[in-house]
Design a protein. Structure first.
Length: 148
């Protein structure tokens, strides 16, 4: 009976150790993948990791899509975020422009939240600060309208 108890303790110890190490590795990978610091934003311009963009963008983990455009221009639809949904971020930050003219319908927000992630919608200046803060601890993606 003692031999069986020792074996159970060893198996339990192994499983707990494996879980802890796996969790540490996952957290480290998340931090490394999503670190895309936005250095500056002003109307129509955003600088990320030393590169300046002048068109609407999506910031993924470690890369920027500088050719993002929406079907309805100033209206964000679920179809505009298919690639974002496929990436399964923990957080999506949406910048609605300097003056907040890009609209994000409640249905779009609800759909995004139903996929299990947080959604933050704000004017782009504020959204930049939110993204820079949240990406430190979570896998975050940002979709920014840079102008109006």
């Amino acid at each position: 009976m003692k031999r069986h108890s020792y074996l159970n303790i060893i198996i339990l110890f192994y499983n707990v150790t494996e879980y802890i190490v796996s969790d540490i590795i996952k957290r480290k990978e998340k931090r490394n993948r999503s670190d895309m610091k936005i250095e500056h934003y002003s109307f129509g311009r955003i600088t990320i990791e030393g590169k300046t963009y002048t068109s609407d963008i999506i910031i993924y983990q470690g890369k920027v899509n500088a050719s993002w455009w929406r079907k309805q221009g100033h209206n964000l639809e679920i179809a505009d975020l298919v690639d974002v949904l496929a990436a399964q971020p923990e957080v999506l930050v949406v910048g609605t422009g300097a003056m907040g003219l890009m609209k994000v319908p409640k249905e779009t927000i609800s759909h995004l939240q139903s996929k299990g992630g947080e959604v933050h919608v704000a004017r782009t200046g504020e959204a930049v600060a939110i993204f820079n803060k949240l990406q430190k601890d979570k896998v975050a993606i940002a979709a920014f309208h840079l102008t109006c």
